[in-house]
Write a protein that binds this ligand. Structure first.
Ligand SMILES: [Zn+2]
Length: 353
């Protein structure tokens, strides 16, 4: 065990993804000074990957003219499950062969700098809280919304990890009993209904149920909208170059912006489910702000407006009036800042004690 150097002026962040590794050196305010990337080549196994990470730490420190003795600590953002106290990583789905890997110990032995390992969604939540849309708030719910739906909770000004580092799994709130199968093995989770692949799957289902070129009715208030009336059921297929299987969540959003009725129906259903999931979180946690990444950042008010509308049905008025639902603020920089945020939080915890 290596101690955190509270006087160190610089922080190092490591991001371990299934396809790429990243190392960054930053100052304490989160200004990135240098970064390096390499392919993960996950098949070569944990030992060689950690060796690469250590080389990358030396490389970015060298590029920034930072001596390793000036580094306060290393933050690591990695897919879970993992144990933050021991720094042991337990078989993340994107890292084959990583079962019970003492990542913290290996990094500390090699670099003689204190290392802190956090699951990637929690690390991103910390980054949005310390450097992004959540700055200055004490109660923050962060949600990723892309291939999967992950999340992190900042409660009373601290990252809330739960009993076994598994808190904040907001994507696995069950919304539809016996609904679509989720990646976690259960059915009808928020992730199985509102992730990018789920949105695309719903669009494909609706399109293939519909005879191309035929008109169909959109339920609810949308039927009155003139733009919906002009929508073409196969616009999404056109946008996907004629291949129904190439439709993505982005295709759905683009078609919805052009008034396509099927796409608007998918957007409406997605917003309805999101509001149901967010309503549960709001009623349990009473957050000040909910920050949502990727799909919400790209879709903006197209999804946020109906989510806010439906939320009125899901929450008490007092809770609804005190919570903001906003897109993530860091964009692509969140990956670099996530690991830096992990060590910043460790450092601040250390200083406070
Ligand atoms: Zn699930």
């Amino acid at each position: 065990m290596v101690s955190l150097q509270s006087t160190g002026r610089f922080l190092i962040g490591l991001d371990i993804g299934g396809t790429k590794l990243a190392a960054v050196v930053a100052d304490r305010d989160g200004t990135i000074l240098q970064k390096a990337r390499r392919p993960t080549e996950a098949a070569r196994g944990p030992r060689l990957i950690v060796e690469s990470l250590c080389e990358m730490v030396r490389e970015v420190a060298g590029l920034a003219s930072v001596r390793l003795t000036e580094v306060a600590g290393i933050g690591v953002s990695c897919g879970g499950p993992l144990d933050t106290a021991t720094g042991i990583v337990y078989s993340p789905p994107n890292l084959p062969g990583w079962d019970g890997i003492p990542l913290k110990a290996w990094l500390e032995e090699s670099l003689n700098i204190a290392a802190f390992v956090e699951n990637d969604a929690n690390a991103e939540a910390l980054a949005e809280w310390l450097f992004g849309a959540g700055r200055g708030y004490r109660n923050v719910v962060y949600m990723t919304m892309s291939t999967g739906i992950g999340g992190g909770l900042i409660l009373d000004g601290r990252l809330y990890r739960g009993t076994c580092d598994a808190a904040g799994e907001v994507g696995h709130i069950t919304l539809v009993p016996n609904g679509p199968r989720c990646g976690c093995g259960k059915r009808g989770c928020l992730e199985a209904l509102c992730s990018g692949p789920a949105i695309a799957r719903r669009a494909r289902e609706l399109i293939t149920e519909t005879v191309p070129g035929s008109r169909f009715q959109v339920p609810g208030q949308q039927a009155d909208r003139p733009d919906v009336q002009t929508g073409r059921p196969d616009l999404m297929v056109d946008l996907a170059d004629g291949d129904v299987n190439a439709i993505t969540a982005e295709t759905v959003m683009n078609a919805a912006r052009r008034g396509d009725a099927t796409a608007l129906r998918v957007v409406d259903e997605t917003a309805r489910y999101m509001a149901q999931g967010l309503g549960t979180l709001i009623n349990v946690l009473n957050p000040e702000i909910i920050i949502i990444g990727t799909i919400i950042v790209k879709a903006g008010d197209l999804l946020l407006s109906p989510i806010r509308e439906y939320l009125k049905q899901e929450t008490w008025d007092r809770l609804y009036r005190t919570v903001q639902i906003v897109p993530a603020g860091l964009g692509d920089a969140v990956g670099d800042l996530a690991a830096i945020a992990v060590v910043r939080q460790a450092l601040e915890g250390y200083v406070k004690r």
